[in-house]
Design a protein around this ligand. Structure first.
Ligand code: NDP
Length: 334
């Protein structure tokens, strides 16, 4: 599959936290972008943000990604697809609220690409480490060889009673698996390959439209709570800067050898207290218990070597990400 260094890229869910950075990175590197949004209203802010790119940026409406053929028109004439649209929240009662758009949206965009994407050369799926990890009984380092069948099983067995984390994780596992299965079934008929990017919690400045701090996407809200809500700096995970996962979406097109790969995009494990400790001394936010994160035993870690080897990705440090995010909040008057 040739590397894609120019042309038009379709970005689904273009108004999301990660997607707007993906769009920006693509435009900065000379690509044209067609973004999909659910309603014309959601495209207005995007058009303003990228007005300087003129007709290199266009927005199209895809009101319901679960409808058959929803992306049939959107895929026409594009050289590559970045599929980011998928719900990310921990509030679903019925697991189908997450599973349906995640799986049907993914299979739907691939089916549209198969039928109408005659110029498509690569499809990048924004998956997640949620599709990689399982809750281990002792500390474990996960790689791209791992799949989260545990969450899928929990949702199959417990349905609505499954944990909120399992419902989201199952949606990402099933969606990513569906993408690989689709490609393996249809590879003789299509001229494109698939790449899955698997980030953990994504933090960083916000350039998508958000009305208030309480209307942020899930990962940004988590970081905001840590800095502003007493007692929230409890917990740990892995993280990556939004600009790094966005760049990975561009490098994933440019590096021929990324084709057919799952790639973990992670800057490392952290405790929520580490975020507070990484803030500039001038920060007026909560301080928590400085240093308390240092002894955290991380049950779950990810090996992100492939992202450096295949994509050549260089990660932001936590100090950079935190400083830039706090500055962004200040500019927004939050
Ligand atoms: P956002 O909530 O900011 O963006 C999600 C995007 O998906 C929006 O465009 C949203 O549209 C669209 N979307 C959500 N639900 C549906 C639905 N039912 N039908 C159609 N479109 C929908 O989230 P992020 O930017 O954080 O997430 C983007 C992708 O990255 C997701 O696939 C998520 O799973 C993945 N991811 C995110 C991580 C993170 O920490 N942020 C970590 C790992 C993976 P609308 O605005 O109209 O709701």
């Amino acid at each position: 599959m040739p590397a894609i260094t120019s042309g038009k890229v379709l970005v689904s869910g273009a108004n999301g936290f990660i997607a707007v950075w993906v769009v920006r990175s693509l435009l900065e590197q000379g690509y044209s972008v067609r973004g999909t949004v659910r309603s014309a209203d959601k495209g207005k802010h995007l058009k303003e943000v990228f007005a300087s790119y003129g007709d290199k940026f266009e927005v199209v409406e895809v009101p319901d990604i679960t409808v058959e053929g929803a992306f049939d028109d959107a895929v026409k004439g594009v050289d590559a697809i970045e599929h980011t649209a998928s719900p990310f929240h921990f509030k679903a009662e019925d697991p189908a609220e997450l599973l349906e758009p995640a799986v049907k949206g993914t299979v739907g965009i691939l089916e549209s690409a198969r039928k109408h994407g005659t110029s498509v050369k690569r499809v990048i799926i924004t998956s997640s480490v949620a599709a990689v990890l399982s809750v281990p009984s002792s500390p474990q380092v996960f790689t791209e060889a791992d799949w989260n069948d545990q969450a899928v099983k929990e949702v199959e067995e417990k349905g609505r009673e499954a944990s909120n984390a399992a419902k989201y994780r199952a949606s990402k596992t099933l969606a990513e698996r569906a993408a690989w299965d689709f490609h393996s079934k249809h590879k003789a008929e299509v001229a494109w390959d698939v790449v899955a990017l698997n980030p953990p919690m994504v933090f960083g400045p916000i350039i998508h439209e958000v009305s208030s701090p309480h209307a942020q996407n899930t990962s940004s809200q988590t970081m905001y709570d840590v800095f502003t809500k007493e007692g929230s700096a409890v917990g740990s995970g892995s993280w990556v800067d939004v600009r790094d996962i966005a760049l990975a979406h561009v490098l994933g097109l440019q590096k021929e050898e990324a084709g057919g790969e799952r790639i973990i995009i992670s800057a490392g494990a952290f405790s929520f207290q580490d975020l507070l400790d990484a803030a500039p001394p001038s920060s007026k936010h909560l301080k928590g218990t400085p240093g308390a994160g240092k002894d955290t035993v991380h049950q779950i870690r990810f090996n992100a070597d492939k992202s450096v080897r295949l994509l050549g990705l260089k990660y932001h440090t936590m100090a950079e990400t935190v400083a830039d995010t706090l500055e962004d909040w200040e500019k927004k008057g939050w």
